[in-house]
Design a protein around this ligand. Sequence first.
Ligand SMILES: Nc1ncnc2c1ncn2[C@@H]1O[C@H](COP(=O)(O)OP(=O)(O)OP(=O)(O)O)[C@@H](O)[C@H]1O
Ligand SMILES: [Mg+2]
Length: 271
Amino acid sequence: MALVYCVANQKGGVGKTTTVVNVGDYLTLRGYSVLVVDVDPQANATSSLGMREKGEGSPGSDRLTIYEVLINERPIGHAIRTTRRPRLHVVPSAPALAGAEVELVGLLGREMRLRRALAPILHYYDYILIDTPPSLGLLTVNALTASRNGVIIPVQCEYLALEGLSHLLHTIDLVRQHLNPQLKVAGVVLTMYDSRTRLSQEVVQEVRKFFQAGEVFQTIVPRNVRLSEAPSFGETIFTYAPESTGAMAYAALAEELLARAPQPVRERGGI
Ligand SMILES: Nc1ncnc2c1ncn2[C@@H]1O[C@H](COP(=O)(O)OP(=O)(O)OP(=O)(O)O)[C@@H](O)[C@H]1O
Ligand SMILES: [Mg+2]
């Protein structure tokens, strides 16, 4: 039975996609099977995993994306693609998803669609990681509702890092009350830390004060240019620069997640 997490923060550019892709890849290196589900219309996780084939997801293409899964209730199994990594699969996003936020409003069970879509495939993966857009609209609410094991919140070590976090935590509370009673903060991860600046150090202290003990991952992801270069080659940090500080940080973060999480239960026919 897969453990399901989403990575969310309505602030843009804080490291959500980088976290999904690299934690996901590291978990496959540790022998787990992982499905990345991209519910961001920007499709950055999709392209980071080398998935931007010509015509994919465009009208006339018979390859399904998360859009058809959420809006037309097409089976998610038909949207799953393989990647270069044998145990790493992805449900791609597509630009059409930008309209889904509005289209979902009128649909039955609009907040539950992703959770329902994932139910039949939970047995086939150890981990399902959902990448979300920088907003708290229905796409992110779907991701939070589907996240049986919690939400991972990346916080960038920069000015106003805590801004908006109360709003995010309030949304998490509402989803817990009304849609997903199991929802919890699986952990807050500090990203883009620059040890040369006092500001970075201050943000770490502030964030550790703001959250309860144990809620913030010990691992801090440093600013590392290799992490920003890897996606343009369709690679993760572990193939692009396995010796980099970025790779070491994401390995340590994934190990912390493994240590905190209940172990995934392998059932029939995992990949
Ligand atoms: N630790 C890091 N060091 C250096 N660059 C990073 C790091 N983490 C992420 N980046 C880069 O910063 C940018 C934003 O990161 P990313 O796309 O992961 O954020 P995001 O929260 O998913 O953004 P969005 O809200 O737009 O989806 C990207 O160009 C990424 O490559
Ligand atoms: Mg992103």
